[in-house]
Every structure is written in C-alpha cells, then in structure tokens.
Write a protein that binds this ligand. Sequence first.
Ligand code: CDP
Length: 253
Amino acid sequence: MARRKKIYEGKAKILYEGPEPGTIVQYFKDDATAFNAEKRDVIEGKGVLNNRLSEYFMTGLGSIGVPTHFLRRLNMREQLVRACEIIPLEVIVRNYAAGTMSKRLGIEEGTQLPRPVVEYCYKDDSLGDPLVTEEHIAAFNWATQQDMDDILSLALRVNDFLSGVMYGVGIKLVDFKIEIGRVYDGDFQRLVVADEISPDSCRLWDIETGQKLDKDVFRRDLGSLTDAYTEVAKRLGVMPKGATAMAKPTLIN
Ligand code: CDP
C-alpha cells in the first residue's frame, strides 16, 4: 500500500493528503508544547481527547450555521477536513483577562472584561506570534477589509456558542484562539473556522472552584493534563463516564 503524503507537521498535529482532492487528514499528536515550544512533553491520550473535542465543537458550530473546515472524524486520532488556505493570523477572543493580556496591561487574571475583546497575532513561531493591529493586516495584505469584517463576526459567533456550551457544563470560557481558512467554491471564496478548537487553544475554568481545565495545567505544572481534558470531555458527554482517553484492552476470561 502506498504511504500517504505528509503535507505538514506542526507542534500538535500532522496534516496528510486526504482521500479526495480538496481534503486533508488532520492527525492529533500527543505532543504538548508551550512558550513557543521551549517546554515540551508527550501527554498520553491528549491527541485522542482533542480529536473528539474539536469534532464536538466544530460539529456544533456547523449546526448553528457557522462554517468550519470539519468534514468528519475518521478514527481515534484523525479527522477529515476541507483543505483551505490558512490566513496567517491567530484570532484571539477574550472574555476575562488572563495570560498575555494580564501581563501586558497589568489586569489581574480572572477580571471580567467589559465586552469580548478580539486580538490578532501574526502567525510566525520564529517571531513568537506577535500582536498586530488591523493596520498591519491591511498594509501587509494578510487579509482584506471584507475578510476582517467576516473574521470578526465569525470570532464573536464562535465566542457566543462556546461560552454557552461551556456555561451549560459549569465551565467559564476565559479566552480562546481560532484560525480562519479560505475555501474556494468556483470563483467565490468564503471563510471557515479551521485548525482545531480544544482545551489546547482555550482557557477553561471551573465556574465553582476556578480549577483550570486547559493547557495552563501543562504550562504552569498544575497537575495532570489528561485528567483536565478528560473532565471537559466527560462534562460535555463527549466521552462516556468512567471511560479513559486511552481505553486499555480488558482481559476476557
Ligand atoms: O497562552 P498565552 O498566555 O501564551 O497567550 P494568550 O495571548 O494569553 O492566549 C490567549 C488564548 O489563546 C489562550 O487560550 C491560549 O491557549 C490561546 N493561544 C493558542 O491557542 N495558541 C497560541 N499560539 C497563542 C494563544
């Protein structure tokens, strides 16, 4: 059997050529990185959890009419997505101050913001994904004004959807990052939510206890990352209660 073609390998995912033109297989690795890959580890089961969680969020977004690149999950670690041209921006939406916003502006982590704040970072690891303004985006032609209007409206819809879903299971959506892709339908282009939506790219705090259920557990050495992601998956009903991400084979007598 011919080996399938690897298109790209990133920090947490590998992209392979899909079975039909215009499709890509997205493989979720167990690798965790933080601080621009200065801190790294392999967290058993993370890829399986993120594959399921991203499927859950992308499918939910699709069902309320927010276009995404997601087509279907293929297996434990892979999903089929539409090939798209990724706009080189990390679109961050914040509901509460945390992380770099708290550092940059001296706002205590957890402070509720007066309204959701959308930020753009230029996707370039060698530069550490610097914060940019719409002036940079327009001047360097990373996206048009029409794209930016569409990106803002997509980001806010994703925020409302994710905030509501999380609130329903007792979790506060502090912030998250999405990436946006262009897909072409004949002569027309449209924008879709691409990449992944998972606890790797969100800050999720338990509403009651404030416990962190996201990648900060790894960044800040707060315990088991798998346990935190499993908790999110269980609350959302994505994983049956009692199941673990890496179900071990059971001996049958
Ligand atoms: O995460 P960090 O403190 O470095 O940066 P941030 O700007 O506070 O991150 C805001 C949100 O975007 C967090 O939920 C991050 O997990 C997410 N993010 C991401 O997924 N990928 C990045 N390269 C940067 C931020």
